[in-house]
Design a protein around this ligand. Structure first.
Ligand SMILES: Cc1cc2nc3c(=O)[nH]c(=O)nc-3n(C[C@H](O)[C@H](O)[C@H](O)COP(=O)(O)OP(=O)(O)OC[C@H]3O[C@@H](n4cnc5c(N)ncnc54)[C@H](O)[C@@H]3O)c2cc1C
Length: 467
């Protein structure tokens, strides 16, 4: 009996990986890529999986890096992107960096040579035809306007964003709670009955003035000429607010009203930085109203001057870019299908992940989910203890709804994975220092993830099932 094909739209990082996973499962796939018929503002070639900017897949060590762990899991799942990355790596210390031309040529050649893949060089300029009953949309941050308008019509105004406005996110256990304290403004109870929903970091007048000076002086990232990113009301970069007047921030996101310092009740803060819980696990907290175009190095330096954040570990730094992404926690089900039209699955950056590897990872999952469905052998989601599962959780449910625009793209990071208590002592009985405990914790998270991904592959591997 012939199996009807799955259609993948977009032959970037996610679409190439999705098409590969579908084909490897024994299911035919048609990959629709619009280049070279129609270009984007960032791509330069007609190759599949073109890297539009840096040539790095970032750290490659599963014992000490969340993205390294994602690499390791993807290799175990037979990822084409990792296979081609490994084959075309260039020296980059502990990172996996690639020769971009060799990498993209290898991905293109492998996909072109696969007997179950057909490549159609065409733009899908609207919703896919009704007879495409299983589609993976992986058209990325620069989805062509015709398709994004069609998606917008399907999802509703406000559920597809064309720019990201990202505030930094801090790992909860790196905030100094001897300085910061939990309280909602005026102790107002939220819908969940919590009157202490925010973490507050107080500033004196001198600290505030120095902070404003640092914001004004700090180096800013430039917009690309084609980005045309507008400044929206309500999400101006903090340095732009500071440029509008030294007091603007103190009357905006840093207003100190309705808050009493739990450690020094008699001292009135001149300004307060608030952080709001970002994920259901409670491990990630975002800096409210702190979207910024400061360069990443400057962000780390300037934001660590905030009392309570001196040792902050940033799961994500701020930014403002041209991007196209869905309000996925609301729109997608647990296997990345659009609830309003389940024949459509989404993958890659358009789902609200950030980065080459993360985009490919979501492509890998979408491909496996689609193939499993086609074969009548549904593929379970990977456990939330794995980097793949954690990324999927961020997109489809882990993020806490903090109101309009609160869901923003994110790289994989340890804050998305359930924590593990680190051992107190080394094997020789010696007490571990805090750095050693941090390293041990990451290694344990990695070991648990790799064991769980192996079990997942054993139990739910559509590739094996198809053989
Ligand atoms: C300018 C820029 C720089 C970036 N730099 C980095 C970086 O340095 N490091 C990093 O990790 N991440 C970076 N990113 C973020 C992200 O990781 C990449 O954009 C990544 O390529 C996303 O993968 P994707 O598969 O979702 O989309 P893409 O790789 O962009 O693939 C989408 C594909 O869909 C095609 N397409 C679009 N619309 C249609 C249509 N209607 N019909 C058919 N085909 C269509 C496009 O031609 C493209 O080939 C950058 C993003 C941008 C925009």
């Amino acid at each position: 009996m012939s199996i009807s094909p799955i259609h993948v739209i977009g032959g970037g990082l996610a679409g190439s990986e999705a098409a590969w996973q579908v084909a490897q499962a024994g299911v035919p796939v048609v990959l629709h890529e619009m280049r070279p018929v129609r270009g984007t503002d960032a791509h330069q070639t007609d190759r599949l999986a073109e890297l539009v900017c840096s040539n790095s897949f970032r750290a490659d060590d599963w014992e000490s890096s969340a993205v390294g762990l994602l690499h390791a899991e993807m290799r175990r799942c037979g990822s084409l992107i990792l296979e081609a990355g490994d084959a075309h790596q260039v020296p980059a210390g502990g990172a996996l960096a690639v020769d971009r031309d060799g990498f993209a040529a290898a991905v293109t050649a492998r996909i072109e040579a696969h007997p179950l893949v057909t490549i159609a060089r065409e733009e899908v300029a609207g919703l896919p035809p009704a007879d495409w009953d299983s589609v993976v949309v992986a058209t990325g941050p620069l989805t062509s306007p015709a398709l994004s308008e069609a998606i917008l019509a399907l999802t509703g105004e406000g559920e597809l964003s064309f720019f990201d406005a990202i505030a930094p996110i801090v790992l909860a256990d790196s905030i100094d709670m001897d300085v910061a304290w939990r309280q909602s403004r005026y102790d107002k109870e939220g819908p969940g009955g919590d009157a202490a929903a925010y973490i507050n970091c107080p500033m004196t007048k001198d600290q505030y003035e120095a902070f404003v000076d640092a914001l004004l002086a700090g180096p800013k990232a430039e917009f690309k000429a084609w980005e045309h990113v507008p400044y929206f009301d309500g999400c101006l970069p903090i340095e732009v607010m500071a440029e509008r007047g030294r007091e603007t921030l103190r009357h905006g996101p840093m207003k100190p009203v309705g808050l009493t310092n739990a450690h020094k009740p008699e001292e009135k803060a001149w300004a307060v930085v608030q952080l709001r819980q970002d994920n259901a696990l409670g491990t990630l907290w975002n800096m409210v109203g702190f979207q910024t175009k400061l360069k990443h190095g400057a962000q780390t330096e300037v934001f660590r001057t905030i009392p309570g954040l001196e040792k902050a570990v940033f799961a994500r730094l701020g930014g403002l870019h041209r991007n196209t992404f869905l309000n996925s926690p609301k729109l997608l089900d647990a296997s990345l299908r659009l609830k309003a039209d389940p024949r459509l699955r989404f993958a890659g950056q358009i789902t609200g992940v950030e980065g080459y590897v993360e985009s490919a990872a979501v492509g890998l999952l979408a491909g496996r989910f689609a193939a499993g469905e086609r074969l009548g052998r549904p593929c379970a989601a990977p456990p939330s203890t794995t980097a793949l599962g954690a990324l999927l959780g961020h997109i489809t449910g882990g993020h806490l709804d903090g109101g309009k625009g609160s869901f923003q793209p994110m790289n994989i990071n340890y804050g998305l994975l359930p924590a593990i208590a680190p051992p107190k002592r080394a094997d020789d009985g010696r007490r571990l220092g805090s750095k050693e405990k941090g390293r041990a914790k990451k290694r344990l998270v990695g070991e648990r993830a790799l064991a769980d991904i192996a079990a997942w592959l054993g139990g739910a591997d559509v590739l094996e099932a198809a053989e």
